[in-house]
Write a protein that binds this ligand. Sequence first.
Ligand code: URA
Ligand code: CA
Length: 433
Amino acid sequence: MRMVDLIEKKRDGKELTTEEINFIVEGYTNGDVPDYQMSAFNMAVFFQDMTERERADLTMAMVNSGETIDLSAIEGVKVDKHSTGGVGDTTTLVLAPLVAALDIPVAKMSGRGLGHTGGTIDKLEAVEGFHVEITKDEFIKLVNESKIAVIGQSGNLTPADKKLYALRDVTATVNSIPLIASSIMSKKIAAGADAIVLDVKTGAGAFMKTPEDAKELAHAMVSIGNNVGRKTMAVISDMSQPLGLAIGNSLEIQEAIDTLKGQGPKDLEELCFALGSQMVFLANKASSLEEAEQKLREVIANGKALEKFKLFLANQGGDASVVDHPERLPQAKFHIEVPAKQDGVVAELVADEIGTAAMLLGAGRATKESEIDLAVGLMLNKKVGDSVKAGESLVTIHSNRENVDDVMAMLYENIRIADHADAPTLVYGTVTE
Ligand code: URA
Ligand code: CA
């Protein structure tokens, strides 16, 4: 087989065989296929697309390029949740203990964040002592005993995807549905989940700017998952404005605690129920979505979800007393209000730009090497659809530097106040095939 013939075949819109796709992915991973040929191939896929079968094959070829995690020693259906990424997305921190409180095993492999705020691991490290450097055996033991554990990303998971993603990044081929879908699904499948609930975001803060594009990506991922034997479904949700009120690591831990107590922001709570009930249903712990949601509400009301969060933190070396004493989380030195300049209704909170403002404070990483400041971030005091009076605070900036003129300017530029505005739709629908 020659790579040049396969590039030509895809360029001309023909379907590649499983063998041909394996040849490409294996060759690229071990260096036989050079970057320039792979770039040309990616561009051909960008324009010619891939069939469902090709997408599933590409995904499995990337899964097989490296290590895979075997979770078969964990009893029960392992359901994983994945978000395509957004600003202030606190759902994982809430969902993991919430679902585990219903005896559904949560065996999560997570990473650090780049951009807006930290990843789930960065956020959890806002809790003194918490760590994810545990062995695979400890990880499996913790999940069997406590139903919940988080481990850091293994170094050699889907090396083909790592190499390909870096190449796509510099060759204008990130934004291709077959390439995004196979990239995301390969990582989830390699991490060992039996069932996968996807939260596909749409809006300014997301990859997919419109609900239609998000739905197309969701279909692509759901079809890959189901074609390779993992029960998969997707929820399409809004990311035109940040989710919840908190953006920042310590602040989001606090927000997760509030939500587990039943006192969280309404949108975050609603999305957690939408995703959580799908997880409970896929884990065969409820016979309908309504029953699943009822069960989730019960473990919030009776305190079991919060207890699970404490146990989880303590199991991995964390100071679980922060749950009752959130003031023990890292706190920023300065709290600076951003007053509204006029009366009206908040019409827009541009998610990605507000995320960048939080990053400027140090809540996220501008480059992989940047250090995160766990204490800093933004607390939104108003969301889209809320009315506001001139002088009332729109946002509270939690900062460790006194001068935040740059952040303030960015916030004013990206918060629009109008005469009328409605809160956006939060959940656009679900995709199950
Ligand atoms: N996230 C991924 O992991 N891969 C993509 O291709 C895009 C987003
Ligand atoms: Ca949030």
